[in-house]
Write a protein that binds this ligand. Structure first.
Ligand code: FES
Length: 258
């Protein structure tokens, strides 16, 4: 396993792609070469912030690492003001990442910013389909552009019906599963969405992996701020995850594992 490193990366671009959503590109040759799909970095936003922020790696190609983030508070506001040529201090790559060696076709199911780690799977695996969910047209259109060159079929839902099917990814997923026999489903997004996806995957006997997101203080398995209960005991999202088997984290002890 490659050791996580602390290093400075120069910003290539930091651009708004939708309302309050930014795409950050960093020159980071070694990270781009070694990062696995679904891993993340801990970013030091500025000296005023003691804690680093975990941000998922969405793409790692040709010496450039791509990250997406939503501006939700002072920290991400500071990040959004950074310009090309500025440097950011990173710790990474961290976490286990997704298995990209699955035999058979994978379906990626993502909601909102949860699509970021799934994009890195699409980039690494190639032969995958994606089900994209978002609040409205503005929140899905840029994802479609990002995923299109990497994937086969793209299925879309929006909460307000302004693009694709009206509703949530869980409304459309059963129909998508009629279309093809998938070897695995990988999902990331709001927890309620992932639970729904995991339930449908289980009903269809399809292995499902979920990527969990939490506030993380250290990112190194030391502070325990990201601990969760799983079927096999207490685990740390930053070190044992962020990718887990859905049954492991969403099923209670004693339930049928399917
Ligand atoms: Fe510290 Fe996971 S963030 S143990």
């Amino acid at each position: 396993m490659t050791m996580a490193k602390i290093f400075d990366a120069e910003i290539k671009s930091n651009t708004a792609v939708a309302e309050n959503i930014f795409r950050l590109e960093l020159f980071a040759q070694e990270l781009a070469e070694t990062a696995r799909a679904g891993q993340f970095v801990q970013v030091k936003l500025a000296d005023e912030f003691t804690l680093r922020r975990p941000l998922g790696i969405a793409s790692a190609e040709n010496g450039v690492v791509k990250i997406f983030y939503r501006v939700v508070g002072h920290g991400t506001e500071v990040l959004s003001a950074k310009k090309a040529g500025d440097t950011l201090n990173l710790l990474g790559a961290l976490g286990n990442g997704f298995d990209t060696g699955v035999t058979g076709r994978i379906l990626l199911v993502g909601g909102g910013m949860g699509l970021a780690p799934l994009l890195s799977v699409a980039e690494k695996v190639g032969e995958v389909d994606v089900l994209i969910g978002g609040k409205n047209r503005g929140e899905v259109e840029f994802w479609i552009k990002e995923f299109k060159p990497e994937v086969g079929k793209v299925f879309i839902t929006t909460d307000d019906g302004s693009f694709g099917s009206l509703g949530f990814v869980t409304n459309l997923l059963p129909e998508v599963l009629d279309y093809e026999d998938y070897a695995a489903i990988y999902t990331c997004g709001p927890e309620i969405m992932m639970r729904g996806v995991a339930q449908i995957a289980s009903e269809n006997n399809i292995p499902c992996k979920v990527s969990l997101e939490r506030r993380m203080a250290c990112g190194l398995g030391v502070c325990l701020s990201c601990s969760i209960d799983t079927l096999s005991g207490r685990k740390k999202i930053c070190k044992d995850g962020p990718v887990f088997d859905a049954r492991e984290v969403f099923m209670k002890a004693g339930e049928n594992h399917g």
